[in-house]
Design a protein around this ligand. Structure first.
Ligand SMILES: *Cc1c(COP(=O)(O)O)cnc(C)c1O
Length: 455
């Protein structure tokens, strides 16, 4: 989490309490010496939290900002459960197991044969999932190298410069060279680039199903085919991991013909964020391996479970079970049909935003929401203002829309990005487009009479 500095001990807050006779103060940076009234303390913190953004107008995040009240009730009812206490909460463990199985089937894991079926676990999010999947790749590669009596000191991981920062983190924390391929001719990694970047020290190739920069799918099938060819022609047998943080809960419902998952032999592991299009509040991700062989045994630790032991793979020990339970709720509650209609609605709304943005004039679309429901667009020609100015202007209407440069290879392209999530509506999309048009008008100097300042 954010790293924070130690600050002055002297600063104080006033506790404005309707339940208390006086207005007490509490120190800002040292533990208060006395106790506070519970209601006063809660109200004080609530007041502070009002300053956070309005989640529904936050078009920046992929992470779920709305769940049904029934889900919130289940979460509330399981707040005390610790997912690592398998012995104390066997039913939570059972629920996690069912979720893993549902995902294994959704992602077309091969039918389990003996001990060799798919395996997986919940994680804090896709970042932890990426660490675990990356570690498995590194361990497997090292074992192959050592068994062959070859040097195993310079592992690298091949991926597009558009990968999410968690992969750079994985590489740095676990001493792997991040072989980030600059974008060329596409907004993401291409098959030719991926195969060309591999060598004997490549622990794997990461393909992203749903780039965070523009929502585009990387060509997983083509990358797998290129790696198959590489294996056939050079003997370099490089495994693939698919980072389906967002796409793992979109493609199975909307792109059923698209081969991106365990149907491709080369895909050895997949991660997804339950708290993105898995429709759960922040705190849950998933990682699955196509077979037990892909997950080295010395990465697995056992915890007590009903008088026996249960294998676990995680960076944390304790973690809330509530999010896993909430994930099970979304899977049971929506089923295939429900997920399909929610995600297709998101895609339709993203499409409507893309059409609206395109029709406005000054923009060129990089994506139109037909893969992830994400629309990224740039200003076609400079007009005295930038996408950063537009982002700032939209903020005055309450909309949070990030502006940023594309990754290396396209770094001169600066975009705005709108992420459509469950809970966003056609009405909100229309309001957003109207406010975007006003922002453009303000910035390009053609002040709209109604919003402008009258001299
Ligand atoms: C969001 C995201 C991640 C990180 O996932 P968290 O669940 O936020 O940890 C990794 N990869 C991609 C493609 C993402 O979109």
């Amino acid at each position: 989490m954010s790293l924070h500095r130690h600050h002055s001990r002297a600063e104080k807050f006033t506790l404005d309490s309707a339940f208390d006779s006086g207005m007490g103060t509490i120190p800002k940076h040292t533990l208060p010496s006395g106790t506070q009234d519970a209601d006063a303390a809660m109200q004080f913190i609530r007041n502070e939290l009002m300053l956070d953004g309005n989640a529904r107008q936050n078009l920046a995040t992929f992470v779920t900002t709305w769940m049904e009240p029934q889900a919130a009730e289940l979460i509330q009812a399981s707040l005390e459960k610790n997912i690592i206490d398998k012995d104390e909460y066997p039913q939570s463990a059972e629920i996690e197991r069912r979720c893993v199985n549902m995902l294994a089937n959704l992602w077309h894991a091969p039918e389990p044969a003996g001990d060799a079926g798919a395996m997986g676990c919940s994680t804090t999010g896709s970042s932890e999932a990426a660490m675990l999947a990356g570690l498995a790749l590194k361990w497997r590669w090292r074992a192959r190298r050592e068994a062959a009596g070859l040097d195993a000191s310079k592992p690298n991981l091949v991926m597009g410069a558009n990968v999410q920062v968690c992969w750079e983190k994985f590489a740095r924390y676990w001493d792997v060279e991040a072989r980030l391929i600059p974008l060329e001719g596409a907004t993401h990694l291409t098959a030719v680039q991926a195969a060309a970047a591999c060598d004997e020290n490549t622990i794997g190739v990461v393909a992203v199903l749903g780039s965070t920069f523009d929502g585009s799918y990387e060509p997983v099938t083509e990358i797998a085919a290129a790696l198959n060819e590489l294996a056939a022609s050079t003997g370099l047998d490089v495994p693939m991991h698919v980072d389906a943080a967002s796409g793992g809960f979109i493609a199975p419902f909307l792109d059923t013909e698209l081969l991106w998952d365990f149907r491709l032999e080369r895909v050895k592991s997949i991660n997804a964020s339950g708290h993105k299009y898995g429709l759960v509040y922040p705190g849950v991700g998933w990682v699955l391996w196509r077979s037990t062989q892909e997950l080295p045994e010395d990465l697995i630790f056992s915890v007590d479970y009903l008088g026996g032991s249960m294998p676990t793979f995680a960076l944390n020990f304790s973690r809330p079970a509530a999010q896993v339970i909430a994930q099970y709720y979304t899977l049971v509650r929506y089923g295939f049909d429900g997920f399909q209609s929610i995600q297709s609605r998101c895609r339709e709304i993203a499409g409507a935003i893309a059409t609206g943005v395109e029709g406005m004039g000054p923009f060129t679309l990089l994506s139109r929401g037909n893969e992830l429901p994400v629309v990224a667009f740039e200003l076609t020609a400079p007009d005295g203002y930038s996408v950063y100015d537009l982002s700032h202007e939209l903020r005055s209407f309450g909309w949070i829309v990030p502006a940023y440069p594309m990754p290396e290879g396209m770094a001169d392209v600066h975009v705005l990005r709108v992420v459509v999530r469950n809970g966003f509506t056609f009405d909100l999309a229309a309001m957003f487009l109207a406010d975007l048009a006003k922002s453009v008008a303000r910035l390009s100097g053609q002040r709209d009479e109604r919003v402008g300042f009258h001299h």
